[in-house]
Design a protein around this ligand. Structure first.
Ligand SMILES: [Fe+2]
Length: 242
């Protein structure tokens, strides 16, 4: 089966729509959503409605739970904090109930879907350094995890000997006996210097993964952020991919 792996949409419908068109064009049969449907962007309800239509394979991100009072937002920066308050005030009752009902982690056979590190996902830890990666691998039950949270695409592999490698490139061919943690980047607010929307495609029969980049109408998303009265920094950063 061909999975589309979507994360960190952050209320950016202008990015989500072309990603959905692209994944349909690429023949994805199932979608996994790795959390942070809301926060930062101006169309949280529209994004959640589309995500709910697309898939039941969805986990909570810290902004999702932060917007509905289930996660602490005390460590959010000023712009993120202003956006999460605005989001909480603007969510529909159905979407509040949807976010409150999302699990922190899901498993499909040997694939784990989780927003932050698989090691205690409710602590929302980033998985960036080698020690963090080793902890993440230790917590995995299967041999592949898809994660989000950092908004930066990343692929890590742990060999039988326990050595963790960072894998380069946008394509992966998964090898037997090797375990992987893959960050599919962010649909709605990429932070790797490339402003195009990012998502992953994974064929679980061929065990092939590819990172897709999809250009979208960034000025349209920026205009909506400004019109909603959200911090202008959140609009500016979209064109830089930072
Ligand atoms: Fe996020």
């Amino acid at each position: 089966m061909k999975w589309a792996i979507l994360s960190d949409v952050h209320g950016n419908l202008d990015a989500l729509r072309p990603v959905v068109e692209d994944l349909r064009h690429e023949g994805a049969e199932q979608v996994a959503f790795l959390g942070d449907g809301v926060g930062y962007g101006a169309e949280p309800n529209e994004c959640l409605s589309l995500l709910r239509e697309l898939t039941g394979w969805a986990v909570a991100g810290n902004h999702d739970w932060g917007a509905v009072g289930l996660a602490d937002v005390g460590n959010f920066n000023a712009a993120a904090h202003a956006a999460i308050l605005w989001t909480g005030e603007n969510l529909s009752p159905e979407n509040i109930a949807y976010l409150r009902g999302l699990p922190l982690l899901l498993e499909n056979r040997d694939i784990t879907f989780v927003h932050a590190s698989p090691e205690d996902p409710g602590r929302w830890r980033y998985l960036v350094t080698f020690p963090e990666a080793e902890e993440g691998f230790r917590a995995l039950t299967g041999d592949l995890a898809f994660i989000g949270h950092s908004h930066r695409p990343l692929a890590l592999a742990i060999q039988r000997c326990g050595r963790v490698n960072v894998l380069g490139g946008d394509r992966l061919s998964l090898q037997p006996g090797v375990r992987y943690i893959v960050n599919a980047g962010s649909v709605g607010q990429p932070r790797d210097g490339n402003p195009d929307a990012a998502y992953g495609l994974y064929d679980d029969s061929a065990r092939e993964y590819v990172l897709r980049r999809v250009p979208y109408n960034i000025p349209a998303a920026q205009k909506k952020i400004l019109k909603a009265g959200l911090p202008s920094f959140l609009a500016r950063r979209l064109s830089k991919g930072m």
